[in-house]
Design a protein around this ligand. Sequence first.
Ligand code: ZN
Length: 314
Amino acid sequence: MNRRSFLALGASAPAFAQTTGRPVEPFDDHGPLVIERKREGKPRAGQVVAAIQPHSDDIPIFAAGTFFKLMDEGATGYLIRVTNDDMAGPGWYAETVSANERDEKAVAQVFGVKKAFDLNYNNHTMDTIARSELKARFIFLFRLLKVNTVVCYDPWGHYEENPDHYITAACVEAACWMAGGSKDYPEHFEAGLKPHGVREKYYFARFQQRVNRVVDTTPWLEKKIDVNVENKAQGPAGENGAQLKARLEKEGKRLPLLGNDNNTANRNYIREFVLAQDRETGKKYGLEYAEQFHYIGPEANPVQEYIRKNAVSR
Ligand SMILES: [Zn+2]
């Protein structure tokens, strides 16, 4: 709107009223809220899903149930860790890296992925790397693995503090699109790869985001606990239950929640505290446990659809 037409609207007009162009409307480009539930059979047979996490505990905390679900539906899973996790864990840098490397391998094993990739950037300094390099690495992997679906941080989530989260997410989003191009990194094609865009995205966030997909993860609750137990070096899960139990014993106290052995303590601690958010999300939608996402699905191709309905033999 130009200044003249704005002034002409007068004081009683809404401040952002538009007289031309696309009208102001709620942001719902990627569809209304859908509750996604367990599906029988293998509706995703032949598909590939890549779970991409800056750190070894991101997917376990925010999207493990959904990742298990997608693989249970028949998709082949891959896990991609972007940093070496050198800022979060026991000891000094090298010990921290080693402890997280153990965790990442264990997490990949519990998920049952076909392969896990480590891109090995330093923690908390991803804003100093070339985004074009990270995008190129994702594009290569998306083409190589023929990825259909990504599970990753929301590149448009609000108030995220950790640059590893938002830079990874932004590069994943761009790479999903660019991997489908025929002029981006054409040397890949000489090596036998083909353009292959990623058309389905499950984006999770630590803080605010626009949620349009809630996944009922109740059937994968115990598996989500299994995978969170493996994040021993960092995060809110791991062996915190056993540590709390030991601390309370020293103080002459006991929490019935934590049971009588370390395994029970760890699992029940995760169930009660780490998965409290999943319980809260589930409660809103009449589910026991749920994970929430901004979901972007494959768009229909109107030309193909028209051809399918209207093409006749010559
Ligand atoms: Zn993280």
